[in-house]
Ligand binder design. Structure first.
Ligand code: ZN
Length: 242
């Protein structure tokens, strides 16, 4: 190691005598105290930061340019790929609801998909999934064919604990059974416990859902109510609950 009068070694990168050195108390030999000189380190940090920013920008650009592909992969069907907050016909709420209720055709799914689009743009495709409630229940029921119960557990683990933002569309349209009620409750309770965001749409109100599930839906309805604000769409009239 080449050292100047002040005990500083030559930096291998810039060639300046700038690397702090010290004599090792154990071996008596000269050792470097830093990885490089401060100047080079600063330049390296700045370059790394610029690269990181570049990567983030590239990622955001990729998401914007491929948003419909990403939405499709997240589970949104073709019909709804164009849905965004910008082209939503109603007034866009100032916060994202956890439950949207209203009659068919009023734009519940449009709004839910629009929030999913925002989430995808902000966080990327691993962050969110869109599921019709009937499809979720069907895939869980189909997983029973695997007798071990592993795949059912895997599905509940995945949707219950690993998807940060889940849209569950059209709750209440499925055929009611104890299995359905228990599965939905388990899933939502799990997500609630994991502090994950869920957005549910339904033609039924929370009060109607409570009755819908064989009269045992009140637990489910109160779990949903606890997950965040409810948005009620009713023609041009909309109001918040919770
Ligand atoms: Zn240097």
């Amino acid at each position: 190691m080449e050292v100047d009068d002040e005990g500083r070694a030559r930096c291998p990168d810039c060639g300046e005598f700038a690397v702090e050195t010290m004599v090792s108390p154990l071996t008596g030999s000269l050792i470097r105290r830093g990885p490089c000189c401060e100047n080079c380190q600063r330049k390296r940090d700045e370059a790394e930061k610029a690269k990181e920013k570049e990567r983030a920008l590239a990622k955001a650009r990729y998401r914007r340019e491929n948003i419909e592909t990403l939405m499709g992969r997240a589970g949104v069907s073709k019909r709804y790929l164009g849905c965004s907050l910008d082209n939503y016909r109603g007034k866009v709420p100032d916060r994202r609801p956890a439950f949207i209720t209203g009659p068919p055709g009023i734009g519940k799914t449009h709004l839910a998909v629009a929030y999913l689009r925002e989430d995808l743009l902000a966080h990327g495709e691993e962050h969110c999934r869109f599921l019709r409630t009937v499809d979720l229940l069907k895939s869980i029921r189909d997983s029973f064919d695997d007798r071990s119960g592993d795949s059912e557990k895997r599905l509940l683990d995945y949707y219950g604990a690993r998807v940060p933002f889940l849209v569950l569309d059209d709750l209440g349209a499925e055929k009611v059974s104890d299995f359905v009620l228990q599965t939905l409750y388990d899933l939502l309770d799990r997500r609630y416990g994991e502090c994950l965001d869920t957005l549910i749409t339904s033609n039924l109100t929370l009060e109607e859902l409570a009755v819908h599930y064989l009269g045992h839906g009140d637990r489910l309805a109160s779990r949903i109510a606890g997950m965040g604000p409810t948005l009620i769409l009713r023609g041009k009239d909309r109001r918040w609950q919770g």
